[in-house]
Design a binder for this molecule. Structure first.
Ligand code: ADP
Ligand code: MG
Length: 253
């Protein structure tokens, strides 16, 4: 990918190589709907390290979003434990959890969720602004990130002037602003054509490796098995390892 360069800025909350960022232990989640119970997750175990891209594959309704929300501290398991950088999420106060979400976890959604009146650069700067990063530093970081995702020439465009793939690149850059140790992406290629989707998947792998971020991508697209370092499949509320790939895929796009 053109314009991708390793970021030189120091990573304050950076993880050391191969540090375990996520540990999921026997996580269960049951939803109660009136008198009915829906068990989405029956006992999930997984571990994700810094620099690792993990795919989460499964059909619609298999529990991918439920698991990502629990890992990201947006939902709580009915049973079991999630550790982020060794911290048991269930033992954190609401404010500590909010802080952890803001400083340690980046989120990418299917629908991009960019602010239409802001330029790409301003969209990427926004979470840093909210976190109190000074103007010069956030401008520098946002510029570097947009270069890394291949959008150096589109920085001043608004979302409606960008293609779907370009909008998702902006959203990925935005998620990295505060240097998260963990990046969670829920169906990030769901609204993209297959070629663009493949480029975005490859970008996640590139980010995991070069930024030493733990990346979890949920998708129903089996191509993920060729791109992620390893892929888990969720079915019947359980997950099992589908396969691991060690070779770096050739850059796409
Ligand atoms: P996926 O993201 O893989 O499509 P989900 O995690 O969204 O799957 O859903 C898993 C299961 O849990 C489905 O059967 C779904 O209907 C159910 N479910 C998800 N969210 C809720 C909720 N808020 N209330 C009740 N059931 C839910
Ligand atoms: Mg989902």
């Amino acid at each position: 990918m053109k314009g991708q360069g390793e970021l030189t800025t120091a990573r304050a909350g950076a993880a050391s190589a191969a540090e375990e960022i996520v540990r999921v232990v026997d996580v269960k989640r049951t939803y109660v709907l009136g008198r009915e119970q829906v068990t989405a997750l029956r006992g999930i175990n997984m571990s994700v390290r810094a620099g690792q891209m993990v795919g989460l594959m499964g059909r619609s309704g298999s529990g991918k979003t439920t698991l990502l929300n629990i890992i990201g501290g947006l939902d709580k398991p009915t049973d079991g434990t999630v550790y982020i950088k060794g911290q048991d999420l269930s033992r954190l106060s609401d404010s500590a959890l909010t802080l952890l979400r803001r400083t340690t976890i980046g989120y990418v959604f299917q629908s991009f969720a960019l602010i239409p009146v802001l330029s790409a650069l301003e969209n990427v700067e926004l979470p840093m602004h909210i976190a109190g990063v000074g103007r010069a530093e956030r401008h520098k970081r946002a510029t570097e990130l947009l270069q890394m995702v291949g959008l150096a020439k589109r920085m001043h465009h608004r979302p409606f002037e960008l293609s779907g793939g370009e909008q998702q690149r902006v959203a990925i850059a935005r998620a990295l602003g505060n240097r998260p140790a963990l990046l969670l992406a829920d169906e990030p290629t769901g609204e993209l054509d297959s070629t663009t989707g493949l480029q975005i998947m490859s970008l996640f792998r590139y980010i995991a490796t070069t930024e030493n971020v733990a990346v979890i991508v949920a998708t129903h697209d089996p191509t993920i098995t060729q791109i992620a370092h390893c892929t888990y499949e969720i079915s019947d509320g359980l997950c099992h390892l589908l396969g691991e790939s060690s070779a770096e895929p050739s850059p796409v796009g």
